[in-house]
Design a protein around this ligand. Structure first.
Ligand code: NDP
Length: 247
């Protein structure tokens, strides 16, 4: 697989799964634009790790929940690089709580970042990709979007929303040479899951046939495949990377 000459944008590329995706796409030859919102030091670490491995990359700050920031950022990226070939909508947050106690702000924050952000970034690249008649859009959903999870009604709703969005946009853009797919991680060791108590982690492990949590690199592999020419006839699909937790 080679992504040589491709320009890739990865939202939330500063840490966790997004960082591993950036590193993998860059290792395959893509120029990777690493997005972050509030953690320039982490974004710089991603950039440094790619550059020291000989890859091409730069960081860009924008909030995926804010339309004006996205418009401005993609204008800047298109001016500098002339194209965007691969968009990975990875940025995401959790604001967990049981329904009875969930505040409207918790709902809005998660839906705005995890679902509206995917809509806004996809819209921002779609015109350029249509002109190129080539594009790869890869949306990171979650096992929780398929199976639900107590305490995560907001997060599950956003992740399930990504599933319907991905299939609809895949239908709209298929004839233009653009594929739109998703990857649904199970439980992956990142900042998002690091603070779970030992008890919760053990309960989760018991639900995973492979018996261990996944690593960010496991998700990066699936994304790299969907971004490549090997996946040219695959659209509107989801790759589940979860150790067998959900089948
Ligand atoms: P992390 O918490 O480790 O990293 C989140 C990333 O998203 C950071 O790079 C952060 O940037 C960025 N981000 C957050 N909000 C915004 C925003 N408004 N605009 C731009 N960037 C933003 O998360 P993970 O790596 O664990 O998760 C990545 C994706 O995978 C998410 O969509 C998550 O829902 C999904 N996922 C994760 C699972 C897991 O077990 N870890 C399981 C299933 C799905 P900054 O560094 O600037 O804060």
């Amino acid at each position: 697989m080679s992504l040589s000459g491709k320009i890739a944008v990865v939202t939330g590329g500063s840490r966790g799964i997004g960082r591993a995706i950036c590193q993998r796409l860059a290792a395959l030859g893509a120029t990777v634009i690493v997005n972050y919102v509030s953690n320039p030091a982490a974004a710089e670490e991603t950039v440094q790790s790619i550059q020291s491995a000989g890859g091409k990359t730069e960081a860009i700050q924008f909030n995926v929940a804010v339309a004006e920031e996205i418009e401005q950022a993609f204008k800047q990226i298109l001016e500098a690089h002339g194209r965007v070939d691969i968009l990975v909508n990875n940025a995401g947050i959790t604001r967990d709580g049981l329904l009875m106690k969930m505040k409207e702000e918790q709902w809005d924050e998660v839906l705005n970042t995890n679902l509206k952000g995917v809509f806004l970034c996809t819209k921002a690249v779609s015109r350029a990709m249509m002109k190129q008649r080539w594009g790869r859009i890869i949306n990171i959903t979650s096992v929780v979007g398929f199976a639900g999870n107590a305490g995560q009604a907001n997060y599950a709703a956003a992740k399930a929303g990504i599933i319907g969005f991905t299939k609809s946009v895949a239908r709209e853009l298929a004839s233009r040479g653009i594929t739109v797919n998703g990857v649904a991680p199970g439980y992956i060791i990142t900042d998002m899951t690091r603070d779970l108590s030992e008890e919760v982690t053990n309960t989760i492990k018991n639900e995973i046939p492979m018996g261990v949590l996944g690593e960010a690199e496991d998700i990066a592999g699936a994304v790299a495949y969907l971004a490549s020419d090997e996946a040219r006839y695959v659209t509107g699909q989801f790759i589940h990377v979860n150790g067998g937790m959900f089948m």
